[in-house]
Every structure is written in C-alpha cells, then in structure tokens.
Design a protein around this ligand. Structure first.
Ligand code: GDP
Ligand code: MG
Length: 210
C-alpha cells in the first residue's frame, strides 16, 4: 500500500462514520445513535484535488474504561493512529469539550502526527464560533463542519491533503520492488512484516484470520 492514510478518530457518536461515508461518497460505515457501533476499522479510498488516500473510520477511542468492546475499539483507534499519515480528530460542537476529548487529544499530541481537529455538528454556519472552546485541546488546526449537511467538508479536506506526504511519481513507483508475505494463518506473517518495516503496520492478533 503506497497510498497515504488518513484516520478519523474520536469518542463514540461524534459523527466519524457520517463523515467517512460523505468523504468516500458511499454509505459503507454504519451510522448509529448508539455509541460504539463502528466495531472495527473500516477502510476505503478517497480523493480530493488529485490527492488519493486511504481513509480509515475507527471505533471511538473510549479512554479509561473496563468495558471489553470499548478497550478493543481504543486499541483499534491507536493502531489507526500509528498507521496514519494524517489524523482527523472529531468532536461534537454541540456537546462542547468533554473529558474524553481531552484524553483523546492528549494521546494525539503525543503521537506527533499531523492532526486536524474537526468540530462536527456545526449545522448552522452562523455558529462557527462554537469551535473556539476547542482550541483548549492544544491542536493547531481547528475546523468546523457538519457531516450530515456537508458544510465545511471542502475546507476540511484542503487541510487534510495539505498535510499529506508528497505523492510518489509513477516512475518512482515502477522502480519499487513489491514483496508479498504469504503463508497459512497464524504462521507469523504480520510479525515478520512489522519487523521488516520497523513499525506497527499490520494488525497482529492470536486470533487466526484477523
Ligand atoms: P460515530 O460514532 O462517531 O461514528 O458517529 P456517527 O457517524 O454514527 O453519528 C452519530 C450520530 O450523530 C448520528 O445520529 C448522526 O446522524 C449524528 N450526526 C453526525 N454528524 C452530524 C452533524 O453534522 N450534525 C448533526 N446534527 N448530527 C450529526
Ligand atoms: Mg461510527
């Protein structure tokens, strides 16, 4: 996968899946009123101004909870962060800054990844002042948006692609050697791949076929 990766993270119910579906132009991810419905990471291709990238919808980062599903989703989100070139942190403008937002932001600041903070549910353009309180999260780029109405999405995409690495030229791509690691489930393919790449690029799990 040569394509840069953009991950959408944030606590449950802020509108990650709604934004994901809008950016990929299809209804792939499930949007629900029940927090935590995105059970796993969902990946699709997205494009903006000739920048092609993989977009990842994560389950919510739900810090400091014992609930097994929540901690699993947190792991998934952290994994997405470790893989992503740019992270979109999403918050709920109507709800304001929450303790969970602060913990997620702290995790992201420590990752030293480029982060765009998307303050969602700003359905009324006259209420863009809703974003100001979110500057307390210590993230530089704060953008208002309404994922359901599509407001602010173009400006958000501009900020995302501005932080992507330079696209690799076709010539450069053709000279690249591509290696596939194959083998039966649980043989250690992902561990080997991670060891070669020197970073957490694939999901390693004891459960065969993850
Ligand atoms: P996720 O858990 O972060 O993936 O959030 P979802 O995408 O499932 O959305 C959670 C709820 O917020 C759903 O009821 C959405 O319809 C609603 N929602 C998402 N985006 C917006 C928005 O821009 N404005 C408003 N008012 N509601 C939104
Ligand atoms: Mg979701």
């Amino acid at each position: 996968m040569n394509q840069p990766m953009v991950a959408i993270v944030g606590r449950p119910n802020v509108g990650k899946s709604t934004l994901f579906n809008r950016l990929v132009g299809k209804r792939i991810s499930i949007v629900e009123d029940t927090p935590g419905v995105t059970r796993d990471r969902i990946i699709a291709d997205a494009e903006w101004n000739r920048h092609v990238f993989s977009l990842v919808d994560t389950g919510g980062i739900e810090p400091e909870t014992d609930d097994a599903m929540m901690s699993y989703m947190k792991e998934q989100a952290q994994l997405a962060v470790s893989m992503a070139d740019v992270v979109v942190m999403m918050t709920d403008g109507k709800a304001g800054v929450t303790v969970d937002d602060q913990l997620v932001a702290q995790l992201l600041r420590r990752s030293h990844k480029p982060v765009v903070l998307c303050v969602n549910k700003v359905d009324n353009p006259a209420r863009e002042d809703m974003i100001y309180e979110f500057y307390e999260l210590g993230l530089e780029c704060v953008m208002p948006c309404s994922a359901t109405l599509g407001l602010g999405v173009g400006d958000l995409l501009d900020e995302i692609v501005a932080r992507l690495p330079e696209p690799v030229s076709q010539e450069e791509k053709e000279h690249r050697l591509q290696i596939a690691v194959v083998g039966k489930p649980n043989a250690g393919k992902s561990s080997l791949t991670n060891a070669i790449l020197g970073q957490y690029r694939t999901i390693v799990s004891d459960i065969p076929g993850t």
